[in-house]
Structures are given as structure tokens and as C-alpha cells.
Write a protein that binds this ligand. Structure first.
Ligand SMILES: [Mn+2]
Length: 271
């Protein structure tokens, strides 16, 4: 199929280096979309995972290569680090292979609307105010991602399309919904302080476009479960792209079996 063309694309929470990344979906998305701007909105390389065990199948190289190719061929690519790749925040303002690292950046749409783009972990008031609640949440979430992988491996084997287990559960579990609600509220102050029209972030793995008062809150979602991106159309409107939902399964399977290059190899010194 011919590539879908957008003015801008935002993707976040890819978590390269973990087993949870939906790598075939992501590679397929990158190869079948083009844009003038591409923003990588944090938790792209999971450097926290690299301290434990680094999962790096060959397909990850192809994903990285595809992004570098886009940058080489004229797409303006920005890497906005998140909390899982926060080490890269030390490189704010640097450009590597045409990819510029910025801790936050303002994007101006074709219609002149200005949006602040950042990962969003700084709004994590639940984590800051209640560490144990956040811990239970994160353990439960890790378990959920493992379950998600197994369920979808089975669905794959049965010829069924990919479906995000945790995306479904999120709508069922009230505490998580409340958490997402409070997260969205704190962004309002940030937007007002920066004198912009809205905010584009990731971090909570929940794609969204939402008016809060007269500001626009958007979230680009993630590629460990929902396989979503945020995109600016050529008329300046924003939309959520649900890739797994719109994409035929055969295209995804065409990438063949993944060969793990660095499976379970610990990169960090043990002491
Ligand atoms: Mn994050």
C-alpha cells in the first residue's frame, strides 16, 4: 500500500529493549507512514530495562534503522526523552544523525496552534504522592503486559487479530481510570504557564485527544499494547491513529520470525 502521509507524527512509549514492544506493528507503521515532522515522545529506548536484561531481536535494529533513514531523507525527527530514557536528557539540544534531542519542544501546527510536547512523567502526581500505590500499579501493569503477550501469541496462532488486553482492562479498572483523570488535570497548569494552546505527551499509555476548558490535551499512546500514534493532518487537525485496528494481520506476519541478538544478556556490571 502507498504510505499514509501526515504533516506530523508523534509516537511514544515504545520501550525498545523490553519483550513487551509490539515490534512488528511498529515497524509496519514506520514503513507505511511519512511525515514532515516525527516526534519520539519518550520511553523510546528502555534504558531502565537495559540495566536488567536487554531484549534486542533483529527487528529492533530495523526499527532504529527506519527512523534514521527518515531523518536522513528529510523528516525532521525530534527525540524527547522520558523517564525510561531519562539519561538522554543530559543531551538536550544535541543532534545525532539528524535527530535532535530536546527535553521539551513547542510544535506549531499548519494552522498556527502551538502545542508543548514533552513525555509527561513530570505530571505524575500519583507516583510522587503515593509511592506504594504506584508500585502496586507498576507490578500489576508488568504482569498485565506479560499476559497481554501470551494472549496475543495465542490469538496470533489462531489467526486472530492483535487485541490489547490491558487497554480493555483499563476501562474496567476504576482506580486506573481515576489516575488517568488526575493526570490530565495537572497538565492544564503547565499549558497556561507555557502560554501555549495545548499539550502533547505520552507516558500513561493511553492515546487521547481531549478539550479541557479551552486547552487541548493529547496523548500519543504506546507501542507495548495499544499500538497508537498521534498525527497532524495537512489541514492542521489532530487525530489518533490506531494502527493495530486498521492494519491487516498478514502485513504484520510478513516480517518473519524474530531473531534475538542480545537475548537476556545483561549489559550493566553486576556490582
Ligand atoms: Mn514514561
Amino acid at each position: 500500500m502507498p504510505p499514509l502521509h501526515f504533516r506530523s507524527i508523534w509516537i511514544s512509549d515504545i520501550h525498545l529493549g523490553t519483550r513487551s514492544l509490539q515490534s512488528r506493528q511498529l515497524l509496519n507503521f514506520l514503513r507505511n507512514t511519512e511525515s514532515e515532522y516525527l516526534y519520539l515522545v519518550g520511553d523510546i529506548l528502555d534504558l531502565l530495562q537495559a540495566k536488567r536484561s536487554w531484549h534486542w531481536p533483529e527487528i529492533n535494529d530495523r526499527i532504529v534503522h527506519t527512523v534514521f533513514e527518515k531523518a536522513k531523507n528529510g523528516t525532521k525527527v525530534f527525540y524527547i526523552p522520558g523517564n525510561h530514557d531519562h539519561l538522554l536528557r543530559n543531551f538536550d539540544g544535541n543532534t545525532v544523525n539528524n535527530i535532535t534531542i530536546k527535553n521539551q519542544i513547542i510544535h506549531e501546527t499548519v494552522t498556527g496552534h502551538r502545542y508543548l510536547v514533552l513525555h509527561g512523567d513530570k505530571f505524575d502526581c500519583v507516583v510522587q504522592n503515593s509511592p506504594w500505590l504506584a508500585n502496586i500499579g507498576s507490578i500489576a501493569y508488568d504482569i498485565l503486559l506479560i499476559l497481554n503477550r501470551w494472549v496475543n501469541r495465542m490469538r496470533n496462532g489462531l489467526g486472530l487479530e492483535y487485541r490489547s488486553l490491558s487497554a480493555w482492562l483499563k476501562h474496567q479498572v476504576k482506580i486506573v481510570v481515576n489516575y488517568i483523570g488526575s493526570f490530565e488535570e495537572v497538565v492544564v497548569r503547565e499549558v497556561e504557564e507555557n502560554n501555549v494552546d495545548g499539550l502533547i505527551c505520552g507516558h500513561i499509555h493511553q492515546a487521547s485527544i481531549k478539550s479541557i476548558g479551552d486547552i487541548l490535551y493529547t496523548n500519543s499512546g504506546d507501542w507495548v499494547e495499544s499500538c497508537t500514534a498521534l498525527a497532524e493532518n495537512h489541514d492542521g487537525t489532530l487525530g489518533v491513529v490506531e494502527w493495530a485496528r486498521r492494519n491487516p494481520l498478514e502485513d504484520i506476519l510478513a516480517y518473519g520470525d524474530e531473531k534475538d541478538l542480545y537475548n537476556n544478556r545483561c549489559l550493566a556490571p553486576t556490582n
